[in-house]
Design a protein. Structure first.
Length: 380
């Protein structure tokens, strides 16, 4: 009897742990890359390739099979680089083609050399006005980032031999930067973040460069990065403003939630607007702040089903009793996924874990769960 009395509480604890473990795993988060697509969910954190770079890179290779693209981690690039240089590519020349080992496969590869005009050094020492570095573009397989003449950026290089350099990471040889000098202080990483953040306030910045800067900062969880994104969320350019709002929502920062709400409610459908889709994804997987509940409740009445799904998921993730009324109403939504998030949210908030389940089990017996929570909502 003694052991039996211990088994039931232990089983409840295990069930609760498994329930919570599954809360944020409803959708895949891997980022895949093919010759025709270099996008991820929201969000994803990889840097967008410039249009000219894509055209040059893709036009010289056959269609490649999908390959996993590593996430851009700016802090690691900063730490591992021997040199970090802000500068402009003045020329790119073809060297003799070669073969390199990529994941154990001998891969035919273009070998190129770039001439970089040095504007300023962020890390390391170099006393000449320009330097040359090499990079490689495989003919098949993974799509490394191309580098083209005229590209200005923050280049992350490693020393091969004295005054011989190559890119540190072929997927991310550089990140966006502006020619004008920002106010930079702090350690190497602080200075790198300041360089990218400065793009968002530079008068010379294009919309595409602004988007790239937001995407890079999206993966940087520092106060300086958040401050830059908040500033960008007030940009006059709609694209940059909404990209910044999405990036803030990913980090559970709801300072610009009103902008997101207005944008999501303004359009009846999100089709054809990838920026609004990013906001919906960020809302769904990033927001947990209970202060967002009033706005999330209003978004449950949106015409677009993806907006309602995102709002229901965010309400679920708040995990607080203030969300019960909105989640109870969402049990009547016409969309099954919205109803599922309502069921899971109510099970989490009330700690009735046996009345929340995996998606496949829910879909197999939806009425059982809906009837339970509808009856519960009427009697609370």
């Amino acid at each position: 009897m003694r052991y039996q009395s211990m088994i039931r509480p232990l089983g409840i604890v295990i069930l609760a742990v498994l329930f919570l473990w599954g809360l944020r795993t409803d959708a895949p988060h891997a980022v895949f890359n093919s010759a025709n697509s270099q996008d991820s969910r929201a969000g994803s954190d990889s840097q967008d390739n410039a249009d000219a770079s894509n055209k040059r890179s893709l036009s010289n290779r056959p269609v490649a099979t999908a390959s996993l693209v590593p996430t851009l981690i700016l802090e690691n690039l900063t730490r591992d680089a021997d040199l970090i240089v802000a500068g402009e590519i003045k020329a790119v020349r073809e060297e003799k083609p070669t073969t390199i080992d990529i994941h154990g496969l001998a891969t035919p590869t273009r070998h190129l050399a770039a001439e970089l005009q040095v504007h300023r050094m962020i890390k390391g020492k170099f006393d000449r006005p320009s330097l040359s570095f090499q990079f490689f573009l495989p003919e098949v397989g993974p799509i490394y980032q191309d580098i083209v003449t005229g590209q200005f950026g923050l280049f992350f290089l490693r020393v091969e031999r004295q005054r011989e350099f190559s890119v540190l990471d072929p997927y991310y040889p550089f990140v966006v930067a502006a020619p004008d000098v920002p106010a930079v202080r702090g350690n190497d990483f602080d200075r790198v973040v300041a360089e990218v953040a400065h793009v968002l306030s530079s008068p010379a910045t294009s919309v595409e460069q602004g988007r790239q800067a937001v995407k890079v900062l999206n993966g940087v969880k520092t106060q300086a990065a958040t401050a830059a994104l908040r500033k960008a969320a007030n940009e006059s350019n709609t694209t940059i403003r909404l990209e910044a709002v999405a990036a803030l929502l990913w980090r559970n920062d709801i300072s610009s939630l009103d902008v997101a709400e207005d944008a999501l409610l303004r359009l009846p459908q999100l089709d054809g607007d990838p920026t609004l889709q990013k906001i919906a994804f960020a809302l769904k997987d990033g927001v947990q702040d209970l202060r967002a509940i009033p706005a999330l409740t209003r978004l449950l009445r949106a015409a677009d089903v993806r907006t309602r799904r995102a709002a229901a998921a965010a309400l679920r993730h708040t995990g607080v009793t203030d969300a019960i009324e909105a989640l109870s109403n969402a049990l009547e939504d016409s969309d099954r996924e919205v109803r599922y998030h309502a069921v899971m949210g109510l099970a989490l908030i009330t700690k009735s874990y046996e009345w929340g389940t995996a998606v496949d089990r829910y879909e197999a017996n939806e009425d059982r769960y809906l009837n339970h929570w509808r009856a519960w909502a009427k009697t609370r």
